[in-house]
Design a protein around this ligand. Structure first.
Ligand code: SIN
Ligand code: CO
Length: 376
């Protein structure tokens, strides 16, 4: 098993780990042909990184025509496909092998196809990442020294480290996995054509969370305004007096002080919100429990690959989150929350009784109508 107690104790966010022959490779292997077709899809975020050219490490954004890709040189370039787990359920199924890592931390599976000597250069990421070698071979060089020079080459499209001393290196073969905690410098160079899937887990920074949280706060914030009935004549009226500064600061911090429960509710909604271009299409037709049950007799209900379903215990309430919305449920629905958040598909017998309960039926219908769960 890839993810176990020892992994968290010894490696997670601590140090790199190389695992030989550690994953069952996806059955429906996306080969070069399939990836070149996906490169032409405007709904898929793709980037082409070319190491040598008029300027080193140029990044070009997709979609790309097949002829464009076919006329590229034989070596020194990579094409990256972001969020592939949100587009293809077969890709998302790899995440089953990473069970045990909180799902809210999952960012995406990025797929990279590289020709010989292709790489995205020496760099660091802010992500925990599992680099899964899917086909061909790639030489990974790493440097985990926190004191190493982390200055970047200026004026490039990519963040490329100016200096890179290889501390350790491994040649990865299909099925091998390299786990890297955030901040470890790495450089993966293809030996011949190769395909790597990067399973990325994000850790949001305060800088990232704050603007969105503050925006919602601003809508609900009570009117806090500066008041100074005790003001006295100020001889040097050009001075901003310390007590005024203190009062202003207190006004702002008290306006931002928030009930931790409200924060939890906000975070659940925030973290389940899909990226803008990944929203599922609504499906208003499925509007009654009977309709759902009827289709369930023929086929399972499935999670849209771009939808995250998570839950939280918050101030004695059970909250289920999906697509930026929270649903409050009684504690007796915990098994439903677990079922919805842990599985990608549900059979009739798993949902039948929940569709007979008015409250949970309403939630399931809402999730269907919003397109986060549905039928294939
Ligand atoms: C790659 O697969 O080419 C790059 C992945 C990474 O360095 O994070
Ligand atoms: Co990286």
């Amino acid at each position: 098993m890839l993810i176990n107690h020892a992994f968290f104790r010894d490696y997670w966010q601590k140090k790199p780990l190389l695992l030989r022959n550690a994953v069952d490779l996806p059955e429906q292997n996306l080969d070069k042909e399939a990836l070149f077709s996906l490169a032409g899809d405007e709904n898929i975020e793709s980037r082409l990184v070319v190491e040598h050219g008029e300027r080193p490490w140029r990044v070009h954004f997709g979609p790309f025509t097949r002829s464009r890709l076919e006329t590229l040189p034989d070596s020194g370039w990579t094409i990256l496909f972001q969020d592939m787990d949100k587009h293809l359920p077969d890709v998302a199924s790899l995440l089953q092998q990473f069970r045990g890592i909180p799902r809210w931390r999952i960012d995406d599976i990025m797929i990279s196809y590289a020709v010989d000597q292709g790489s995205v250069g020496p760099h660091t990421d802010e992500y925990d990442v599992f680099l899964v070698q899917v086909s061909g071979r790639r030489l990974w060089r790493i440097n985990a020294d926190p004191g190493a020079d982390r200055r970047l080459v200026p004026d490039l499209d990519m963040k490329i480290l100016r200096h890179f001393d290889t501390e350790q290196e491994w040649l990865l073969e299909p099925g091998d996995v390299l786990y890297l905690p955030p901040g470890v410098a790495h450089w993966g160079i293809a030996e011949g054509e190769c395909i790597t899937w990067s399973v990325g887990f994000r850790a949001p920074s305060a800088q990232e969370l704050f603007p969105e949280w503050a925006e919602e706060q601003q809508q609900t914030i009570d009117e806090h305004r500066y008041r100074d009935p005790g003001l006295e004549l100020q001889v040097h009226d050009g001075e901003i007096q310390p007590q005024a500064v203190l009062k202003l600061q207190e006004m702002l911090t008290s306006a931002l002080e928030q009930d931790p429960n409200d924060f939890g509710d906000w975070f659940g909604r925030h973290i389940t919100q899909p990226k803008e271009h990944l929203y599922p299409l609504p499906n208003p037709e499925l509007s009654t429990p009977q309709m759902l049950l009827e289709v369930l007799q023929q086929q399972p209900l499935v999670r849209h690959p771009a939808s995250k379903i998570l839950y939280m215990h918050n101030a004695g309430k059970l909250l289920l989150f999906c697509g930026g919305v929270s649903y409050q449920l009684p504690e007796s629905c915990l098994s439903l929350a677990i079922l919805l958040s842990e599985q990608d598909a549900w059979r009739q017998e798993e949902l039948e009784s929940w569709l007979q309960d008015e409250r949970t039926a309403a939630m399931l219908i809402d999730l269907c109508q919003r397109g986060y769960i549905g039928f294939e």
